[in-house]
Write a protein of this length. Structure first.
Length: 641
């Protein structure tokens, strides 16, 4: 006898009429599975939090050792630390005296986590706990979404590992066509994580925004169909959360909801359209502070700031056509099933939801080829589409299953179960392997940890620490309350000349020679994490060689623009190398000498920089800048090698 999936209304009726004992047992099984899947995503974070490395001391971020994930987290963590220190709203996260500048846009989640750190005992713990809670919520909502369409707890739970597996493969291959190349397929088949956790375990996105997205997808159709206050409030809150958190989610969501609203109007479903508009208005009102911040930032952004963010003259990138088309081709059967179902059922609740899923599927693909509108638009086909397309794949897949010949039902069910088992094993193996790969990268020497802890305990926002190392700056900004002399790209309104000037002055003060300075600071630097070969030490040194990326970020996509200014910057560095006290005119209170500061050759002569030792342990030293006649003052002659 053939089985068919239940409608959402049948599923809800069945759940209400199930015997109490059976319901409790089944619910306990679902909760256990949801927690298990969340643990697969968040488990590596707990490992890094609760374990100690064989050598050195654990830190909870690595600017170089975990590929794209580590790079992003290293740039987000200073904002969390500033919020933890009470610098709200957060503006510049590095420069002393610049934190009264315009507030950062899109940093609401980081700020909330920083505040949450006071309840957990620190910002590091807050990140891990928050990631875990968001992972649990995301898996629970994904299950509910799947259960609405399948009517089967087993099938709905199976959808979670199937989705996790598909998302990871898509992220690794960046599409489907590249899978025909063995160089792309090989790491996927061999479960080589290439130093990166599962993409849904990534901070800030998508793990932190998954629950809000699935919350919108789950609650909004009910609000539009029924007008219930709870569903309306839930949908509005989740939408507002996305506005505070992540532009790459709320922009396509807004486009999808607008398209869905037009569809409702064309179908003359005016009550539904009115409810949708009302929900949107509430969400906009709740997120009004963020809109004000974004508007102020956009209106005040200089050309330098826009280029560093990857925002340029709007244009269509026809090179994105292949990436968009292959996703459309794969989705055709599912979109056709949803479209046909919507046409057959008119204003039926299931058809209304199906139209929303189609809009969500298409919205990121519409935005992906538009360059200059938002930074890094390829995020729409990588981090975003693989999430936004999930409802369409689940609902469309169920509709295809129901329309399939009876003889296909059992083999299809077995196939889903088999892929689910494979997904569980794959994700578990991936997370274990990547944890082993990056374990030592999330660590510093005990000497350096002691120096960082001393800075955290004794220095405040008014104390600026100088180092020419990108990694050291990121560690100090994330793990201490001090300010940093270098002002990195992403959360500053400073112009390029000031950012580069600070780098050149710090390099001159530490005696870094001109060839090394401009080898690190090359116009064609590109993105630092394309080559993941080598030892931890080699990876760390290689990341340091991409200083241009950390100073100017996506402006490296315009090497000709940088090259035009390179000769002028060289002349400025030559003058600084002969000047007395090159650290002026910016605030500077301490010099940091750790292992990375000894990577570059160079000897410093007496340059009018005098220090005494504030802290020293092993190979890590913190030097206090003092007047030349102070007791114990010595001319700074570099960190040594």
């Amino acid at each position: 006898m053939r089985t068919t999936a239940e409608t959402p209304e049948q599923s809800e009726t069945k759940a209400r009429t199930s015997p109490p004992g059976g319901f409790t047992a089944r619910t306990a099984m679902v909760v256990a599975c949801v927690i298990f899947f969340a643990a697969l995503l968040a488990g590596p974070r707990w490992w890094l939090l609760l374990t100690s490395p064989d050598e050195g001391s654990r830190v909870m971020l690595s600017p170089w050792g975990g590929s794209n994930l580590a790079s992003d987290e290293a740039l987000y963590m200073p904002t969390i630390r500033r919020a933890y220190d009470g610098d709200l709203p957060v503006s510049d996260t590095y420069r002393a005296g610049a934190r009264d500048d315009l507030a950062q846009g899109g940093s609401g989640v980081q700020e909330a986590i920083g505040i949450f750190g006071h309840l957990t005992g620190g910002p590091d713990v807050a990140v891990v706990v928050a990631a875990t809670l968001f992972a649990v919520a995301a898996m629970a909502l994904l299950y509910l979404l799947a259960f609405e369409w399948t009517g089967s707890r087993f099938v709905a739970l199976s959808m979670i590992p199937v989705t996790l597996l598909a998302v990871q493969i898509l992220n690794d291959a960046d599409g489907f066509l590249p899978l025909r190349h063995w160089a792309v397929l090989h790491p996927i088949v061999t479960i080589d994580p290439r130093r990166e956790f599962h993409v849904w375990g990534r901070f800030l996105a998508p793990v932190m925004v998954l629950p809000a997205f699935f919350g919108v997808v789950y609650a909004l159709p009910k609000a539009v169909e029924r007008g219930g206050r709870r569903w309306m409030a839930t949908a509005a809150l989740c939408t507002a959360f996305l506005v505070y958190a992540y532009i790459f989610y709320w922009a396509p969501l807004a486009l999808a909801l607008a398209g869905w609203g037009v569809w409702l109007l064309v179908r003359r479903e005016f009550d539904a359209a009115r409810r949708l508009a009302f929900m949107g208005a509430i969400a906009v009102l709740l997120s009004a502070p963020e809109w004000i911040v974004l508007a102020r930032v956009a209106l005040s952004a200089s050309a330098d700031v826009k280029l560093r963010a990857g925002v340029d003259d709007p244009r269509i990138a026809f090179g994105a056509a292949s990436s968009v088309l292959q996703r459309l081709v794969v989705g055709v059967p599912f979109l056709y099933a949803l479209w046909r179902d919507a046409e057959r059922n008119g204003a039926d609740a299931r058809a209304t939801r199906g139209r929303l899923y189609v809009a969500l599927f298409l919205a990121p693909l519409i935005l992906a080829p538009i360059e200059g509108f938002v930074p890094q638009p390829w995020h729409f086909t990588t981090r975003v589409w693989a999430v936004f397309a999930v409802p369409a794949f689940i609902a469309g897949g169920i509709l295809l299953f129901r329309a399939a010949p009876t003889a296909w039902v059992r083999p299809a069910g077995l196939a889903v179960a088999g892929v689910a088992v494979l997904g569980v094993g794959y994700v578990a193996a991936l997370q274990v392997r990547v944890t082993r790969q990056v374990d030592s990268a999330y660590a510093v020497s005990r000497d350096e940890r002691s120096a960082i802890d001393w800075i955290d305990a004794n220095l405040s926002e008014g104390d600026t620490v100088v180092t020419p190392s990108m990694t050291s700056n990121l560690l100090l900004a994330s793990l201490t309350s001090s300010s940093e002399y270098l002002d990195l790209c992403c959360y500053t309104t400073a112009n390029d000349d000031e950012i580069v000037d600070r780098y050149l002055r710090a390099s001159a003060a530490f005696g870094v020679d001109e060839q090394t300075v401009f080898t690190r600071f090359r116009a064609d630097a590109g993105f630092p994490f394309l080559d993941l070969s080598g030892t931890d030490r080699e990876l760390e040194a290689r990341a340091e060689s991409y200083v241009t990326y950390y100073l100017l970020n996506w402006e490296v996509n315009h090497p000709a623009t940088l090259e035009q200014r390179m000769n002028r910057w060289r002349s400025e560095f030559e003058a600084l190398s002969a000047a007395s006290n090159p650290l002026a005119p910016y605030p500077a209170a301490y010099l940091y000498c750790g292992p990375r500061e000894k990577l570059w050759p160079g000897i410093v002569t007496d340059r009018g920089i005098y220090t005494d030792v504030a802290f020293a342990e092993g190979e890590s030293t913190v030097l206090r800048l003092v007047p030349s006649g102070s007791p114990g003052a010595k001319p700074f002659t570099g960190c040594g090698r």
